[in-house]
Write a protein that binds this ligand. Structure first.
Ligand code: COA
Ligand code: AMP
Ligand code: ZN
Length: 435
């Protein structure tokens, strides 16, 4: 057996083999989706039946599924299996108080762990590696997703979770961590703390591999992380709606992210017209799950902008390669690995009767730590009641933290202080360090 592959049968399929498998799995998925009240109705409304899907091209007959659909069917209206067959759910932030819910059967979790293990194996990790995960656990899929994948591969796995960088560093040294999953901005924070502690990552740690993802980053950022920590850093793409991590991942060639086409069918569309873009052009990625049981999604609009890279990869995998993500076609912010919609912040602010409707969100990097400041105008011209202002600031901060899962700095301003912009108000000012 070729030691480069975790699932040689699937990883080395030729394109015709992959397409044959995709059609079989798509047809099965569509048939299975008729158990979901949502898809059954969608198909009926559009005059479709499972028999309408005779070729991969017929996928285009199916309407898109959107995040709004997930909210409208909250919490379980998309399920294609009875709830008693589901063993876990994950949930991510929503824009109107309704988060999105993704359900999993045991089979889904096993397949997800397999996909993550396949990615980690692909970049050279083996059972004698020690894998540390600095993702948040709980609802963040980067936590349990990498945990089960790394365990499936057979590595000693350290579920360090997010935060507490000193402890994180102690684990890296004491447990001989060789591979770390961290979001790119947190890798920079970790290096800063190493420097403060006089730790030389090359001399004092066994780190050799970083898995970085969850937020857009440039090639320069990757190279800087590699130089700082003396590691190879591989881009990892995932999203909760598609399971979590393990959707697309770089191979040792570091020339784009292989998306696992035995799990997903990829389309790239113009976010305005929703028509396919010409080959190789950037557009919004639309994904169809073809290996999911509890809650398959057909033609899901990810809102992530990318393109399919042309040509073959020397690694022997024919699964297509995505360019690194180039942004979003909506206004979602990713801060510290947490997805935030500005409307969530607006809704919290507007629930305080002392506040006016003028606010500004500033994102910046302070001491290699990403941070958010929310400036908001008071309704009244000015007040010098310090304790009133202080209590109000605390209350707003606490409500915001509950809603967006990061702690912003809240600044209350007298009415009329924020610059007035012509036309549509500028609500988000992103000054984060991009290196
Ligand atoms: N991963 C790991 N640790 C992180 C982090 C991240 N993405 N972002 C910040 N931290 C660390 C900070 O460095 C700080 O530790 P330190 O002071 O010892 O260095 C600690 O977490 C608290 O950060 P702070 O910015 O003060 O807190 P917050 O209340 O604004 O944010 C977090 C709280 C970090 C817990 C929250 O942002 C989180 O859970 N992030 C992780 C999200 C995630 O895992 N996403 C999925 C990736 S696939
Ligand atoms: P979540 O559902 O919380 O896992 O967040 C998924 C979103 O995070 C994706 O839709 C992307 O916008 C973003 N994301 C995940 N991985 C990457 C990556 N490698 N590069 C850029 N953005 C990413
Ligand atoms: Zn490759």
């Amino acid at each position: 057996m070729d030691n480069r592959y975790f699932n040689p049968e699937f990883e080395t399929m030729t394109r015709p083999q992959l397409q044959k498998l995709q059609l079989e799995r798509l047809q099965n998925t569509v048939r299975h989706c008729m158990n979901s009240p949502f898809y059954k109705k969608r198909f009926e409304e559009n005059g479709l039946t499972p028999d309408s899907i005779k070729s991969l091209d017929d996928l285009k007959k199916i309407p898109f599924t959107t995040k709004q659909d997930l909210r409208d069917t909250y919490p379980f209206g998309m399920a294609s299996v009875p709830l008693d067959k589901c063993v876990r759910l994950h949930s991510s932030s929503g824009t109107t108080g309704k988060p999105t819910v993704i359900l999993h059967t045991q089979r889904d979790l096993d397949q997800w762990a397999n996909a993550v293990a396949r990615c980690l194996w692909m970049v050279g990790l083996r059972p004698d590696d020690v894998f540390q995960n600095s993702s948040g656990y709980g609802m963040f899929t980067g936590g349990l997703g990498f945990q089960y994948g790394a365990e499936k591969l057979g590595m000693l796995t350290v579920p360090a979770a997010a935060g507490n960088t000193l402890r994180q560093l102690k684990f890296i040294k004491d447990f001989g961590t060789t591979a770390l999953h961290a979001i790119p901005s947190y890798a920079a924070r970790l290096f800063e703390v190493m420097q403060e502690q006089g730790v030389d990552p090359r001399r004092d740690t066994k780190l050799k591999t970083l898995v970085i993802g969850a937020e857009p980053h440039s090639e320069e950022t990757r190279r800087r992380i590699e130089d700082m920590l003396g590691v190879k850093a591989y881009n990892s793409f995932g999203m909760s709606e598609m399971c979590g991590p393990g959707v697309a991942f770089e191979c040792p060639e570091q020339n784009g992210l292989h998306i696992w086409e035995d799990y997903y069918i990829v389309e790239i569309v113009d976010p305005e017209t929703l028509e396919p873009v010409p080959d190789g052009e950037v557009g919004e990625m639309v994904l169809t799950t073809i290996n999911r049981e509890a809650m398959p999604l057909l033609r899901y609009r990810t809102r992530d902008l990318t393109r399919i890279l042309p040509g073959e990869c020397p690694c022997g995998r024919h699964h297509m390669r995505l360019d690194r993500m180039q942004g979003r076609s909506d206004d979602m912010i990713i801060l510290k690995g947490v997805n935030i919609f500005p409307i969530q912040i607006e809704q919290v602010l507007m629930s305080f009767q002392e506040l006016s409707s003028d606010y500004l969100i500033t994102l910046e990097t302070l001491s290699d730590n990403d941070a958010m400041t929310v400036e908001v105008e008071l309704k009244q011209i000015a007040t010098d009641d310090y304790s009133l202002l202080s209590n109000l600031t605390k209350a707003i901060t606490s409500r915001l933290r509950d809603e967006i899962l990061v702690t912003p700095r809240v600044v209350l301003l007298p009415k009329g202080s924020l610059p007035q912009s012509e036309g549509k108000a500028v609500r988000v000012n992103d000054l984060r360090k991009k290196f």
